[in-house]
Write a protein that binds this ligand. Sequence first.
Ligand SMILES: C[S@@+](CC[C@H](N)C(=O)[O-])C[C@H]1O[C@@H](n2cnc3c(N)ncnc32)[C@H](O)[C@@H]1O
Length: 252
Amino acid sequence: MTSELSLHHPRYVRSNRYDPMWVTQNQMGPNALWLTESLTEVLSLAPGMKVLDLGCGKAMSSIFLAKEFGVHVWAADLWISAADNQERIVEAEVEHLVTAVDAEAHTLAFEHGFFDAIVSVDAYQYFGTADLYLGYLVDFLAEGGRLGAVVPALKTELGDEVPTTLAPFWEWEFCCWHNPAWWTHHWAKTGKVAVDHADLIDDGWRDWLQFNDFIAPHVEGWWIDEVATTHNMLEADRGENIGFTRILATKN
Ligand SMILES: C[S@@+](CC[C@H](N)C(=O)[O-])C[C@H]1O[C@@H](n2cnc3c(N)ncnc32)[C@H](O)[C@@H]1O
């Protein structure tokens, strides 16, 4: 279908304004702009706010937040260097709003209470599933600061067996994909935050498939196999198990 080979999305009107090839060239999985825009549906942002984008990858989400909301963003990532991201930030003409930093999520070099919001898009699952991590991270938020994440989800928590439809595609790291109820409990049990919002993004799997199929003709190297496998997995599953959890909390 033509619509599946476009990056136009009726829900994500802000994302529609970005060059699809820029999004394709800087992708690291699902569409970071769509996931970020979904978070901003529930997270209020205002010009001048200080936002940490943790696990920003190639900083598309950071650039998006700066352009769309006028917030100051610290674009922090482990695998992608700050120097690499700085080039993209300058090209996007938001260097007055976005600061690229080399960062490891457990050794952040910021002052406590510095940020009004911390966001993480398709990244928090890599470092945030340990019980004690949230308590470490919220120290970097101001009082009443917000913590928001969008992450891949298994709609039903993994039991002893991998769901049958996913078995041919399963990678052990998918065990960090959790549903909204799991994340809500994981965060709330610390007593450090109040969870304001936790849900599955409607038809998130369709969005992932649409994006995956759009980028497929343009990727190179190991991404060719990656997008083929992702396509087959999402088509086989058709949303039975896979989605995205969106979660937002306020620091107590
Ligand atoms: C799948 S990529 C997503 C990147 C980007 N948010 C996006 O959606 O395009 C996951 C990102 O998490 C980052 N990450 C993983 N573990 C991390 C850690 N311990 N500290 C900081 N970043 C981490 C990686 O560097 C990587 O860029």
